[in-house]
Design a protein around this ligand. Structure first.
Ligand code: GLN
Length: 544
């Protein structure tokens, strides 16, 4: 039977519960333990697929096609676990499951209630993660902040779960804030005491407190927190702001969090080592040899979380090239024909990420035109590939009205359009082309240079596709189709023949990049950007 760690958050949101959970996963994996991670989200949407990135941040896609919370991205980046549909549970999923059962008559005779029916369904989902698999530890992060109305059923369910499996099989980790009050020049423990009190009210006594703080927490303050919150002294862990989020596992291990967890969960302690993580990830991030400026042109630029995996994957590409990637976030709605040069000047690479809807499209097209004409490395992802196709059709093939039918149903040259099966779709939730699909790579291509493989597998999340009617004309004019579905029917990758690095994919490579194993396309894109910035043997290139 696997051991369980439940992670809750207190005081305020945005303390980095996802990164804390992923980091605990990392330090346990370093001991050779097999871990899985799971997130319980208290909102009523069945999944975040229908939410705006401004509401929710990025929608992270798994191999099995689940549209999930972006914390699953942290879990996959920090650990080796492959996650899927079972690893993200929402209130919406739980209620629809219980309501379906009720309609079938499965609870015949009973009044269906939050306790026990909803809580039972939640506990069942927690158990499902390990069904048929062999995990040593399952980490379950509970979304929201303690005290919220919405997360109560989840907290009650995990309280019961712990009671059922016993103390040596499940522990509670609470992430909390120790604010620094500048005027008083002091760190304050009171909000943490209240937050732990709130947890105790519902029957949960945390075993470990992870304390987010700007300043060092002294031994005596740690002891005070331990005393007032009723946890062991070594169960109070400081989580100070760090230069890179990849330092968090090291910080936890230094303070012996792994030993504390092993003790509570009766797991035989093995030292384990984070040497590889430290050397190949943290030290490389902290001590880059070069720096390169890459522009990300999208419409959800104001929110950091909206393109989370893209930003992470760019950093990974930097790590692989011993470079710091300085990301310039550019709102595509602000790019016009008049200002595109001045806005984009100075960039050594341009990336256009995925997206939905017409807003900001013209700016993306301008950015792509600039990259294509000036030989600036370009990487288009999903909508980015679709835009690259539209731009090429309009400006190289001369079809001024070329478009995606997502934006103009009456375009004379619909170079991006719906597949027949998508035309019939009525419900918008969970009906896109989702999850991992194989892709065959053409040998003589930048794609092959990056992957060094004839067949790859990448994750998708889109409805529209490259329109096959236009393949030939694109190819004739120098747009290579370098990746297709194995049956040849779907265009998955395109690239310009006559350009240093202009590559675009219908899939989302960013979801499979890891800090110590940069995704090949991101690695090569960053490399091309470095070469553009400083071509070997030539003076640094200047744009007019
Ligand atoms: N809106 C486009 C489609 O549905 C692209 C989606 C995306 O970029 N994820 O095909």
């Amino acid at each position: 039977m696997p051991k369980h760690i439940f992670i809750t958050g207190g005081v305020v949101s945005s303390l980095g519960k996802g990164i804390a959970s992923a980091s605990i996963g990392r330090i346990l994996e370093a001991k050779g333990l097999k871990v899985a991670l799971q997130k319980l989200d208290p909102y009523i949407n069945v999944d975040p697929g229908t939410m705006s990135p401004y509401q929710h941040g990025e929608v992270y896609v798994t191999d099995d096609g689940a549209e999930t919370d972006l914390d699953l991205g942290h879990y996959e980046r920090y650990t080796n676990s492959t996650l899927g549909k079972v690893n993200n549970v929402t209130t919406g999923q739980i209620y629809s499951e219980v309501l379906q059962k009720e309609r079938k008559g499965e609870y015949l005779g009973a009044t269906v209630q939050v306790v026990p029916h909803i809580t039972d369904a939640i506990k069942e989902r927690i158990r499902q993660v390990s069904r048929g698999k062999r995990y040593d530890v399952i980490l379950t992060e509970i979304g929201g902040t303690v005290g919220d109305i919405e997360s109560l059923p989840f907290l009650e369910a995990v309280r019961q779960f712990r009671h059922e499996v016993g103390r040596e099989n499940a522990i509670f980790v609470h992430l909390t804030l120790i604010p620094f009050i500048r005027a008083a020049g002091e760190l304050k423990t009171k909000p943490t005491q209240h937050s732990v009190g709130k947890l105790r009210e519902i029957g949960i006594q945390p075993d470990v407190l992870i304390c987010r703080t700007e300043k060092k927490i002294s031994r005596s303050m740690k002891d005070k927190i331990a005393l007032f919150c009723n946890v062991d002294k070594d169960g109070v862990i400081e989580a100070r702001d760090v230069a890179t989020i990849y330092q968090v596992p090291l910080m936890f291990k230094e303070q012996g969090l792994d030993a504390v967890i092993c003790r509570y969960l009766h797991i035989e302690y093995k030292a384990g080592s984070l040497h590889h993580w430290d050397k190949e990830v943290v030290q490389r991030v902290l001590n880059p040899k070069k720096s390169v400026k890459i522009g990300v042109v999208g419409k959800y630029i104001a929110l950091n979380d909206a393109y989370k995996s893209i930003y992470e994957a760019l950093q990974h590409g930097g790590i692989a090239n011993d470079a710091h990637v300085s990301i310039k976030k550019i709102n595509s709605e602000k790019i016009t024909a008049q200002n595109s040069k001045s806005v984009l000047k100075g960039l050594s690479g341009i990336l256009v990420p995925g997206g939905f809807g017409n807003r900001g499209i013209e700016g993306k097209l301008k950015a792509i035109e600039y990259a294509r004409e000036n030989g600036v490395p370009f990487f288009g992802i999903c909508l980015g590939m679709q835009c690259a196709s539209i731009e090429f059709a309009r400006n190289v093939l001369g079809w001024k009205n070329a478009n995606s039918t997502e934006f103009n149903k009456k375009s004379t040259h619909p170079v991006i359009s719906l597949l027949e099966e998508q035309e019939k779709v009525q419900n918008l939730g969970g009906t896109m082309r989702l999850g991992a699909f194989p892709c065959s790579i053409k040998r003589e291509s930048k794609a092959y240079e990056a992957y060094r493989a004839d067949e790859i597998s990448e994750r998708h999340r889109h409805r529209y596709e490259f329109n096959n009617a236009y393949r030939e004309e694109f190819q004739k004019r120098g747009m290579k189709i370098s990746g297709v579905s194995p049956n040849g029917k779907l265009v998955e990758m395109i690239e310009l023949e006559d350009h240093p690095w202009f590559v675009a994919s219908q899939f989302h490579p960013e979801f499979k990049s890891k800090p110590d194993r940069a995704h090949p396309l991101f690695r090569e894109f960053v490399k091309a950007s470095l070469d553009y910035q400083d071509p070997k043997g030539l003076a640094p290139r200047k744009e007019e």
